[in-house]
Design a binder for this molecule. Structure first.
Ligand SMILES: *Cc1c(COP(=O)(O)O)cnc(C)c1O
Length: 359
């Protein structure tokens, strides 16, 4: 069996140790004689798995006691619609910062439920930067301010927590959650689909400050009502049990790596190496404002785009997959989440240099 280096944006590579443990426990979870997949979600074995998983997330992110953690379904995309429905309360406006494709998608969904105020937009720069935060115009009548901490497609990332000027700050952290320490107390709500940096698809983590739980409109379906799910420990209905278990394994693995502060150092090193290789070449180019270059998703183009197809196919032959850029942007993209080992970056850099020499 040969495992390749998988640079996919999501679903994305998982730690090999996690996959091996899941394989080992697949038929018989710790002497129970059954797979986690087969367990009742209300039975004591699964309840223990769920409790440990939640506690590990709380520990890793240092989530304060006045926050609740929900594990929902429907992906981050469902949250685009559920956030306004749960948080508007008696307000009619929500404020959004537009820094790329995912912010744009969140705005489009929110506009079905409220009046969207655009506090700032990077659209004019082709989403290659973040608008100067001192110039943001945040509507003070808004129920919250929403931003996307890492634009997975455009490769733009925030390295500070924006000032929401007193409004609850809502963040789509789908592609950089757990990549670095966060001061959770700065946020009203954080959400993230698991399949970028946390585990397989099928679970969405929502971390929400308790005082925001009671603003939902009466028409919100029960399974999507934050208060009801919080009161039911995210088990208002049958949760994605096996995905919770896998998420739990990833969190244990993260703890073994030294936690988030340690993984951040590694992420910084991995990203720096790859950006340096791109900047030092004359064939490869990354066009994102250097202050906001993502550590997780690194898009790049070839100065001769006629070579794109060949680059992708030769990379595949070298065991480097998932490098094709998003259909919206073209070019290439290397997604280098926590689970991408440094050896994968080194192999990619070596291949890129060798490809450049030949062309
Ligand atoms: C992938 C992604 C989404 C969409 O996630 P789904 O789980 O497919 O709905 C939303 N926001 C960001 C930042 C993403 O990277």
């Amino acid at each position: 069996m040969a495992r390749i280096f998988n640079f996919s944006a999501g679903p994305s590579t998982l730690p090999e140790a996690v996959l091996l443990q899941a394989q080992q426990e697949l038929l018989d979870w710790r002497g129970t004689g059954m797979s986690v997949m087969e367990m009742s979600h209300r039975g004591k074995h699964f309840m223990a798995i769920a409790a440990a998983m939640q506690q590990d997330l709380i520990d890793l992110l240092a989530i304060p006691a006045n926050y609740r953690v929900l594990f929902l379904q429907g992906g981050a995309s469902a949250q685009f619609a559920l956030i306004p429905q749960n948080l508007l309360g008696n307000r009619q406006v929500a404020s959004y910062v537009n820094t790329g494709a995912w912010s744009t998608a969140a705005i489009k969904e929110a506009a079905k439920y409220c009046q969207v105020d655009i506090a700032a937009s990077a659209e004019e720069s082709g989403f290659s930067s973040i608008p100067d935060q001192t110039n943001w115009q945040i509507d003070q009548s808004a129920a919250y301010l929403h931003f996307t901490s890492n634009e997975t497609i455009h490769g733009v990332e925030f390295f500070n927590v924006p000032d929401a000027q007193g409004l609850p700050l809502v963040c789509d952290m789908s592609s950089d959650i757990l990549s670095r320490p966060e001061d959770i107390s700065r946020y009203g709500l954080i959400y993230a689909g698991a399949q970028k940096n946390m585990g397989p698809s099928g679970v969405t983590v929502v971390i929400v400050r308790e005082d925001l739980l009671d603003r939902a409109s009466a028409s919100v379906p029960a399974v999507f009502n934050y208060r009801q799910q919080a009161d039911a420990d995210s088990m208002l209905n049958t949760p994605a049990t096996y995905n919770w278990y896998l998420l739990g394994l990833v969190l244990q693995w993260l703890k073994q790596q030294g936690g988030i502060a340690a993984i951040e150092q590694l992420n910084i090193r991995k990203a720096q190496k790859l950006y340096q290789a791109i900047d030092n070449s004359s064939l490869y180019q990354n066009r994102v404002d250097k202050r906001y270059r993502s550590r997780m998703n690194i898009p790049f183009v070839l100065t001769d785009s006629a070579l794109d197809k060949q680059f992708i196919s030769e990379a595949e032959q070298h065991g480097l997959s998932g490098l094709q850029g998003h259909r919206m942007t073209g070019g290439m993209r290397a997604s280098i989440y926590n689970a991408m080992p440094e050896a994968g970056i080194d192999a990619l850099i070596d291949f890129m240099a060798e490809f450049e020499r030949r062309h």
